[in-house]
Design a protein around this ligand. Structure first.
Ligand SMILES: NC(=O)C1=CN([C@@H]2O[C@H](COP(=O)(O)OP(=O)(O)OC[C@H]3O[C@@H](n4cnc5c(N)ncnc54)[C@H](O)[C@@H]3O)[C@@H](O)[C@H]2O)C=CC1
Ligand SMILES: Nc1nc(O)c(N)c(N[C@@H]2O[C@H](COP(=O)(O)O)[C@@H](O)[C@H]2O)n1
Length: 222
């Protein structure tokens, strides 16, 4: 399995504002790059916080890229995955439409009726962990289901946990020309934060894109 974390941050490292509303940080060229990365992935993964905040669709926007996937024998869109400990994903969420298959990874603490609602909406449920999703087990289940190339789009809580569990192979960050600010605004890696054994990265490339910069790092675990 190969896990790429992709995100866009403001110049001051925020994923969005303290209101947690979706903000277009990427420009046109970066959104096109993200679309190509989605098209090259088996699954696009987000946390429940991102679903609740953004109601994303997580599909490939360019019809030519979708056609190419179908020509290659794949579904038009990659599988969508939500990491959602308490099964809070709304049943009318965009990611539960029929544009692609959707997996919801829940913990044992997720209420049974919520799990049933999601299953009735066609979601494939993966249960791993007691109070919160055990990412190592959940990702192993995704791999068993044939999902090898994973793209994680956020948000900050999920990205931190993936680094904590040593699950990140590559980090791609578009740093855009905005200052968002705010101590409560989400950053690239939130969670508890590290105080030692900081994950280290190896810089692979730096590319000017739109009015920002794309940084590509290889992640070496902890
Ligand atoms: N600029 C960008 O590229 C992106 C920005 N965003 C922004 O990020 C914000 C959402 O991020 P967050 O609030 O951090 O939520 P998040 O998307 O990281 O989801 C956190 C949730 O994931 C679930 N979860 C289950 N197991 C977990 C585990 N082991 N570790 C961590 N989480 C686990 C929990 O339900 C938790 O509440 C929104 O404001 C959204 O707009 C989100 C994605 C990309
Ligand atoms: N790459 C990137 N740049 C930005 O500026 C962003 N705000 C995001 N957000 C992510 O994209 C998701 C929306 O996807 P759909 O357009 O609905 O398919 C959003 O939920 C974030 O994960 N990404």
């Amino acid at each position: 399995m190969h896990v790429v974390v992709n995100a866009a941050t403001s110049a001051d490292g925020k994923l969005s504002s303290r209101r947690r509303e979706q903000i277009a940080i990427s420009g046109e060229a970066d959104f096109e790059r993200v679309d190509r990365l989605r098209a090259d992935s088996d699954a696009v993964v987000v946390g429940a916080g991102t679903v609740l905040a953004d109601d994303p669709h997580l599909t490939v926007k360019d019809a030519d890229l979708r056609d190419q996937r179908v020509e290659d024998g794949e579904a038009a869109n990659p599988v969508r995955v939500v990491v959602d400990s308490k099964a809070r994903t709304p049943v009318d969420a965009e990611i539960l439409d029929d544009a692609a298959e959707t997996y919801v990874c829940v913990s044992e603490a997720a209420p049974v009726d919520r799990r049933m609602d999601l299953a009735n909406r066609g979601a494939e449920l993966v249960t791993a962990g007691d109070d919160r999703v055990d990412l190592l087990r959940a990702f192993a289940a995704l791999q068993e289901a044939g999902l090898e190339r994973l793209m994680v789009e956020g948000g900050g809580e999920l990205i931190f946990s993936l680094f904590e569990d040593g699950l990140v192979d590559e980090l791609r960050v578009f740093v855009g020309p905005k200052v968002i600010g705010g101590r409560d605004a989400p950053t690239l890696a939130d969670g508890e934060g590290f105080v030692e054994d900081f994950p280290t990265l190896e810089l692979e490339s730096v590319e000017r894109l739109d009015d920002g910069v794309l940084l590509t790092w290889q992640a070496g675990g902890r």
